[in-house]
Design a protein around this ligand. Structure first.
Ligand SMILES: NC(=O)c1ccc[n+]([C@@H]2O[C@H](COP(=O)([O-])OP(=O)(O)OC[C@H]3O[C@@H](n4cnc5c(N)ncnc54)[C@H](O)[C@@H]3O)[C@@H](O)[C@H]2O)c1
Length: 318
């Protein structure tokens, strides 16, 4: 249900956290669709070189600011027709420092949502996470399943979705919350909570060492390539349907043992993974993407084998 005509140049996206890993893959798609982009980012993890390149197009500007400051957010948002809210403190940092996480993720969410509601933007897209489900009751995970967020980060993401409902009811805010599954692809950070296992395996296999796996490697993830995911974000900005959370994953759960095999093959190595006997809490993930197909007209196109081969190629060339 996405609109087929490109947006006019009077459309401008206010993009918090837009200088980060996923943001830098969404920005070029927004430019292709005819939007101007105002990135609002404190650059704590932003990619300054990549932002500078986009800025040379004359269609992208960077406001260095912190979402914790509501006045700065509201004034920078003025004149923007759409909002994408990505600025966040990541899951691992939120466990180590819940205070900072609550501050940035809760106060920041409210500042961005309140300003968007006050300024009557056309649509706000919020980066939520598959981690709002906690340990899933069943696979695939459906948007209407019970949410049991476990860490401050996940709790703030769930609260963010609820807060969007508040501004929808009180001020008519139009929103879509994307529940991203395990995002990977070029530019991903080495310390990413779930996907760091990919980088660890690639490094070990490249140096001739076998990947080591705790237990039987049955724990699984739903790896979604950042190029596919970025298209889902833009579809969420433009779809007719509004005010709902939606899974952005692939529906395929790849176990850690399968991932090791895929990477060994992609690197053309003949090492065998080492399984360390350990009691491992086996968590599994796979998204039900029926809603994304129906309401966003979106579905992933890159298989995990293709995406991982591309990553491996890039790692070899770098
Ligand atoms: N990468 C994943 O696997 C994944 C999975 C689920 C959800 N998400 C969500 O997607 C969004 C983007 O993730 P990412 O992987 O690109 O993360 P990232 O860390 O690469 O990007 C986050 C950006 O936010 C900026 N930022 C941090 N604190 C800020 C603050 N107080 N004020 C302004 N800017 C601030 C950082 O400088 C960075 O550029 C996040 O909301 C994240 O929670 C990511």
């Amino acid at each position: 249900m996405t609109t087929s005509t490109p947006a006019t140049s009077s459309k401008k996206v206010f993009f918090t956290g837009g200088a980060g890993f996923i943001g830098m893959h969404v920005v070029p798609l927004l430019l292709e669709r005819g939007y101007d982009v105002k990135i609002f980012d404190n650059m704590s993890r932003g990619d300054r070189l990549a932002v500078n390149e986009y800025m040379s197009s004359g269609k992208v500007e960077l406001v260095e600011g912190d979402v914790r400051y509501g006045g700065a957010v509201a004034s920078a948002m003025r004149g923007c027709s759409h909002v994408i809210h990505f600025a966040t403190v990541s899951i691992n940092k939120s466990v180590a420092d819940p205070y900072e996480s609550i501050d940035i993720n809760m106060t920041g969410n409210n500042n961005v949502f309140a300003a968007a509601a006050d300024q009557g933007v056309e649509r706000l897209v919020f980066a939520s996470t598959a981690s709002v489900y906690g340990d899933p009751e069943r696979l695939p995970m459906h948007e209407d399943d019970t949410l049991r967020p476990l860490t401050p980060y996940c709790i703030t993401k769930r609260a963010g979705e609820d807060l969007l409902g508040f501004y929808q009811r009180t001020k008519g805010l139009s929103w879509v919350a994307n529940r991203f599954f395990n995002v990977y692809g070029p530019g991903q950070k080495l310390d990413a909570y779930y996907t760091s296992v990919i980088n660890t395996f690639i490094q070990r296999i490249r140096s001739g060492q076998p990947p080591t796996i705790d237990g039987k490697g049955e724990q699984s993830m739903d790896f979604v390539h950042v190029h596919d995911l970025a298209k889902g974000v833009v579809a969420s900005l433009e779809c007719e349907a509004e005010n709902f959370p939606v899974n952005i994953g692939t529906g395929v759960d790849t176990s850690v043992a399968q991932l090791a095999k895929i990477l060994i093959q992609a690197l053309g190595s003949d090492v065998e993974p080492i399984f360390r006997p350990r009691d491992v809490l086996v968590s599994r993930r796979a998204a039900d993407i029926t809603r994304a197909k129906e309401l966003l007209g979106w579905e992933p196109t890159i298989t995990v084998e293709e995406g991982m081969s591309e990553l491996v190629k890039a790692a070899i060339e770098s």
